[in-house]
Write a protein that binds this ligand. Structure first.
Ligand code: C5P
Length: 232
């Protein structure tokens, strides 16, 4: 499994995103495009960044009836993204339909990973709002198993959960992990954080890093530091 650092390009528009990426002249980092940028700039931003030579994780977290997700995934696979995602809570049937939609005529497809329970959902909110009475750690693992059963490639999770996910779902099942900070950096609004080196030790396959790179005085140096610590 190739390990890589994905930069979360959480910018509001195309101009700021392209200006940020223009700082990278010697390397082509893997880029995460989220809802804000995609809904603001439209699918052309994906085509443009792809044309520049970057790999793209399109983080749109689909969740709808199986047929709608299948058709939406088909559109995304033709945008030529490298990785995309959905909510595992949409059921195994929805995840299976997503894979069908994502698979191109030649049999290839982008990687597909699942969000389990959002890290913003507390045990209390899960019990009271969603009426799910199980322990949240068990729910996360059950959703990860469902994703594997449906044929997905992995899950988004905390680096601290990456080891357990691999134990339960196998080493080939990808863990994509945000919540990464340098040992000497600002934590910001993230709560459970890990350094790139620690994420590597626990077994993350991809780390998703936003502000420690995008808000750094020297983003290229910060990116290289992540790569050195995480990939080696
Ligand atoms: O700036 P920072 O490194 O905190 O950015 C992390 C990125 O990962 C953001 O795009 C954030 O939305 C995303 N993310 C996260 N925690 C999750 C899922 C996604 O921080 N559980």
């Amino acid at each position: 499994m190739g390990k890589d650092v994905i930069i979360a390009c959480d910018f509001p528009n195309k101009e700021q995103t392209l200006s940020f990426l223009s700082k990278f002249t010697d390397e082509k980092p893997y880029v995460k495009i989220g809802m804000e940028l995609f809904y603001g700039a439209g699918p052309d931003i994906v085509r443009e960044i792809k044309k520049m030579g970057h790999k793209i994780f399109l983080d749109l977290k689909l969740h709808d009836i199986p047929n709608t997700v299948k058709k939406a995934m088909s559109v995304l696979s033709h945008l030529d993204v490298d990785m995309c995602n959905l909510h595992a809570s949409g059921t195994v049937a929805m995840m299976r339909s997503a894979i069908e939609g994502l698979t191109r005529a030649d049999g290839t497809r982008p990687l597909l990973i699942a969000v389990t329970q959002l890290t913003s959902t507390s045990q209390e909110a899960m019990e009271n709002d969603l009426l799910i009475k199980e322990n949240i750690a068990d729910v996360v693992m059950h959703y990860a198993s469902n994703a594997k059963k449906a044929g997905l490639d992995g899950v988004v999770c905390s680096p601290l959960e990456a080891g357990v996910v691999h134990e339960r779902c196998g080493n080939d099942f990808i863990t994509v992990t945000p919540g990464v900070r340098f040992a000497d950096g600002d934590v910001g609004d993230q709560v459970r954080v890990t350094t790139p080196a620690k994420a590597k030790e626990i077994g993350s396959d991809y780390i998703v890093v936003g502000r420690p790179i995008t808000a750094a005085e020297d983003p290229v140096a910060a990116y290289r530091r992540c790569v050195t610590e995480f990939v080696g």
